[in-house]
Design a protein around this ligand. Structure first.
Ligand code: ZN
Length: 127
């Protein structure tokens, strides 16, 4: 099918080639193709190429995109929130462990001193 305005092949459903269609779209004041126009453009070029596989592949890709969006769209926020909470808890635990490791000699020394003091006290009481 020829373009209504020139001799190029018409690829849009309004009977225009890509160049004339683009010009008309710009005349209408729209710079971006609508989803329908883009889909029709893709579908027509795919049909002209005669590759049904491409069309199927495209559908599978869009389906997988939807799938990814469904599985990772909204739950991602929840995962991030859970991950952030786990990160905070781990940070607190690690810092507490680090503090314990730093304070361990003093704690052990204090525990030994208290233990010795208690033993000495009980020994003194027994006498
Ligand atoms: Zn044209």
């Amino acid at each position: 099918m020829k373009c209504r305005y020139c001799d190029n092949e018409a690829v849009y459903p309004d009977g225009l080639c890509e160049r004339c269609h683009q010009a008309e779209v710009e005349n209408r004041g729209a710079s971006v193709l609508s989803d329908d126009e883009r889909d029709n453009f893709k579908g027509q070029t795919i049909n002209e190429d005669g590759t049904v596989y491409e069309e199927k592949k495209e559908q599978e890709e869009s389906q997988s995109n939807v799938h990814i969006y469904m599985t990772h769209g909204l739950p991602l926020r929840i995962k991030l929130a859970i991950g952030f909470i786990i990160f905070c808890v781990l940070a607190i635990i690690i810092s507490a462990l680090g503090f314990l490791i730093l304070a361990l000699p003093y704690l052990l020394g204090g525990a030994v001193i208290v233990l010795v003091y208690q033993i000495v006290k009980t020994l003194l009481r027994h006498r």
